[in-house]
Design a binder for this molecule. Sequence first.
Ligand SMILES: [Zn+2]
Ligand SMILES: [Zn+2]
Length: 257
Amino acid sequence: MVVTTHNHPDHTYDLPMLADQVRQYNQQVEKKNRKYITYLLDEDSHGDHKDKLKGSHSPRNSPRHLRPDTSYSDVPKKFGVEFDVFATEHDNNLEHSVGLVISLRENDAVKYKIGITSDTRYMAILPKLFEGCDVVVCHFSSLRLGEFGGKQQSPRRLGYTGTRKIIQKTKAPLFLITEFWGGKGDIRFPVLKQLRLDKNDDNKVVIGGDIGFMLNIPDGQVHCNRCGRWVPPEEINTPRPARDYETLRYLCKDCIS
Ligand SMILES: [Zn+2]
Ligand SMILES: [Zn+2]
C-alpha cells in the first residue's frame, strides 16, 4: 500500500518509478503471482500521477483519493487498517494536503493508533485529533532563526515551535520527529536535544525518525539495529552519525556502551 499526503516532489516523485518496478516484476511472474499496489493518494497527487500508475494496481482497485473528514478501511476480515483523514494547512498552491490517523484493528478492537501530521503549519486541533494515539509522527520541516526562543512560528510548517506544541499538548507516549529539511545543514541533533529539554513531561519519548526504525505492533517495542532485540522506546539511543545527513541507527542500552 502507498499513501501520499500532499503533492510536493519529495513526497511523490518516486511514484512513477515504483509503479514501473511493479510492472516489470509482473511481466516476469505467472499471472497468479502478480503483485499490485493499493494507492491512497491526496487529491492533488491523485490528479497529477494516477495515469502513470496504470498496470501497478489491480484493475479492480484504481488509485483512490483521500478526502478530509473521511475514513477509509482496507477491508478487514480478522485484521484491518483504518485511515481517518484530516485537512492540513501547508501550501496555498496545494488545496488538498492531508494528515492521517491510522488505526490498526484486530477483531474489531483498535490495537494500535498512529498519528501523522504530514507537512503542515501547527493547528490547534492537532492534539485533539491525535487523542489516544500510541505514536505521533511529526513532519518537522525547517527551523527558523530564533525559534528555540519560542517567538516565531512558520506560517506553513511545524518547525520547532509547532513540533514542541504538539509534544506538550498531546497525550501520547512516543513521538517520532521526521522529515528535516536539509537546506540549512543537518539540524536533527540540536533540534531533538532542545525538544527533549523543552517537552515538560518526563514520560514522553522523543526519537528522530529515519529508515531503519522498526516498531513492533501492538506492544510498541523498538528494534535494536545492532543486536536485533526488541526493547521499550525509552531504552533506544540514536548516536550522532560520523557525517552529517547519515542515516540514524537505533541502539539499545547494551549496544550503545
Ligand atoms: Zn511539503
Ligand atoms: Zn542492542
